[in-house]
Design a binder for this molecule. Structure first.
Ligand code: FAD
Length: 556
């Protein structure tokens, strides 16, 4: 008897091959949105990135970048501080692709209308390869509008932040072929309440400042430049802090340790101390929050894009698995209870992607001076950031369960998605803080509510459910505006209502009727926003096969 025969104890049946060699960009909601919002010219590139994202090679890079966590090297062999973080080569490979495809700051250097939409679509696609490295990519994208408050610094660094070259390593920023930027606001005593920051900024006498203090969270510390908040004599101010000074010496930004995190494992998040670190002021001194909020806002868009990506990925993995796997003589997806679960998850994915791309279109037009789109973005972005990011963990958990026990095992990728899922809701304004920002928008940007209602009214006329939802939202906005600070207890409810109503109207305008109908039937109405019950509790009489079509992909 041969060795092979001796070990052939059984035939492996009914296991689902890994979903590899597929086009992640084969996502109709995404592609339709890309065309509609002005990024049609980028479709080839989006598809190219989609094939790369779905390839076995990229999936292996993603696995390796997460299995081999970044390692902090505080000192060299002779005891000198170096404050460097080492990454696995797969991290660098993912970064090379992200920068090469312009997912970082390139859109700011692209005059074509739709440049930010094209970038958003690419971000949604590539985030499905691996989410962790999106952190420095997003921060590099988002720093530009804040940096422009210091025109000299922007003229000096923006072209390098937009460069298509990924050039890792700590060197003089002006001499590098491409730069990355991070952000350091959060301190030990609080991240939401940044006005309580204790880091000080002392004028050095030559226009620069010397920063002393700490930051409790500083992700991607190997970036070249950081926007930092610190207390100057004029009050809390925004500064640009380089890792390496123009004379080639290392700035006094000392990495204390890396965070041991729930997820986001490939990305290094650190605690740092500044010991008279050199930094240059950005924007008006004493108005640091007003300056850095430009970066926060752009990063919030990426939180929505990244969460839409995670929802889509979870949904596609679940649908693919359930299409191949059988139980009780039928494909999982054909069992009515499972059909309902995956259709319900698909509705969330369609709604998240459609809303995310609409917001990217608003960001694109706002960046080109469109005031109405800026007003819409001001209220719709925090509402979407609150809602879409909050939905992600529960959606990911449900999608994981569609794979049964296999979903709970690392090989399925689902555990990584689930661990990463809560993060977008925490950073750049945790759930409550983001929901409260909706109230701030109502109070301080009177045009915001009008812009939102005008957008919703584009669809509300043709459908009783939408008309009722629009009327209810109009009342709630009015009440919240009158109540002011007293509406804080209702902030989450209002943010959710804005996001879901906007999603419903966008789907009614742009999605197949089966999707829009099911979304309105299950998500609008007098009850709690969204399905109160777990997923898979859709009402009867819906066209579920047409919905499932949207999350079906073909492996190559
Ligand atoms: C992996 C990771 C990476 C990060 N990277 C960075 C980085 O690179 N740079 C950076 O600056 N920060 C970073 N952060 C920090 C992040 O932005 C903060 O954690 C976040 O802003 C919340 O601040 P906090 O942790 O101090 O919580 P707190 O401010 O203490 O808030 C705790 C809770 O209270 C809620 N809350 C606060 N105020 C109110 C209120 N008025 N009403 C109701 N509820 C309220 C919040 O929503 C939150 O749920 C990172 C965080 C994580 C997890």
């Amino acid at each position: 008897m041969t060795a092979a025969r001796r070990h052939a104890t059984h035939e492996v049946l009914n296991q689902v091959p890994p979903l590899q060699g597929y086009d992640v960009a084969a996502d109709q909601a995404l592609l339709d949105g890309l065309r509609r919002e002005g990024g049609d010219w980028a479709e080839n590139e989006v598809r190219q990135l989609g094939l790369l994202a779905g390839s076995a090679a990229t999936q292996e890079h993603a696995r390796l970048a997460n299995v081999h966590k970044p390692v902090l090297r505080t000192h060299d062999a002779r005891g000198y501080r170096i404050d460097e973080v080492e990454f696995h080569p797969s991290w660098h490979q993912l970064m090379t692709t992200a920068v090469g495809f312009g997912l970082h700051a390139a859109a700011w250097a692209d005059a074509r209308p739709g440049a930010h939409v094209a970038r958003a679509a690419k971000f949604i696609v590539w985030a499905q390869a691996e989410a962790g490295h999106g952190c420095p990519i997003s921060m590099t994208y988002a720093c530009v509008p804040a940096l422009r408050h210091a025109p000299d610094l922007a003229a000096r660094f923006e072209p390098l932040l937009a460069s298509a070259v990924y050039d890792p390593g700590l060197r003089i920023p002006d001499d590098k072929a491409g730069l990355l930027a991070g952000m350091a606001m959060t301190e030990k005593q609080g991240g939401s309440d940044v006005r309580a920051n204790t880091t000080t900024a002392e004028p050095a006498g030559d226009g620069s400042y010397l920063l002393t203090g700490h930051k409790w969270f500083c992700s991607a510390p190997m970036c070249d430049l950081f926007l930092v908040l610190a207390q100057a004599p004029e009050g809390l101010s925004c500064f640009l802090l380089p890792r390496v000074l123009p004379d080639g010496s290392r700035n006094a930004m000392h990495i204390q340790r890396l965070k041991d995190k729930l997820g986001n494992t490939s990305n290094a998040s650190s605690e740092v101390e500044y010991d008279r670190a050199v930094a240059w002021p950005v924007g008006e001194l004493g108005r640091g929050v007003t300056t850095i909020i430009n970066m926060v806002s752009a990063t919030r868009l990426d939180c929505v894009l990244g969460s839409a990506a995670a929802i889509r990925q979870a949904c596609v993995l679940a649908a693919n698995y359930a299409t191949v796997r059988h139980s009780f003589g039928a494909r999982l997806i054909d069992h009515p209870a499972m059909t309902g679960v995956i259709a319900d998850l698909t509705l969330e994915s369609e709604a998240a992607t459609t809303l995310a791309i609409r917001l990217a279109g608003a960001a694109d037009r706002a960046a080109r001076g469109d005031a109405a789109e800026a007003a819409l973005l001001r209220i719709a972005l925090p509402a979407a950031k609150y809602w879409v990011c909050k939905r992600t963990p529960v959606i990911t958990a449900e999608a994981l369960e569609c794979l049964g026990g296999n979903g709970y095992v690392e090989d399925s990728v689902m555990p990584r998605l689930l661990r990463d899922a809560p993060l977008n809701s925490i950073w750049e304004g945790s759930g409550n803080v983001t929901a409260l920002d909706v109230l701030r928008a109502l109070a301080r940007t009177p045009d915001a509510a009008d812009a939102l209602l005008a957008e919703i009214d584009l669809a509300a006329g043709g459908d009783d459910r939408l008309a009722a939802a629009a009327a209810s939202l109009r009342d709630q906005l009015k009440e919240a505006a009158m109540a002011g600070q007293a509406a804080q207890g209702q902030a989450r409810r209002l943010a959710g209502q804005i996001a879901v109503t906007l999603q419903a109207t966008l789907l009614a305008r742009f999605a197949p009727a089966a999707v829009a109908d099911a979304f309105c039937d299950s998500r609008l109405g007098a009850g709690p926003i969204g399905p109160a019950a777990p997923f898979g509790s859709l009402p009867g009489g819906l066209d579920l096969p047409a919905i499932l079509d949207r999350s079906t992909v073909t492996a190559g």
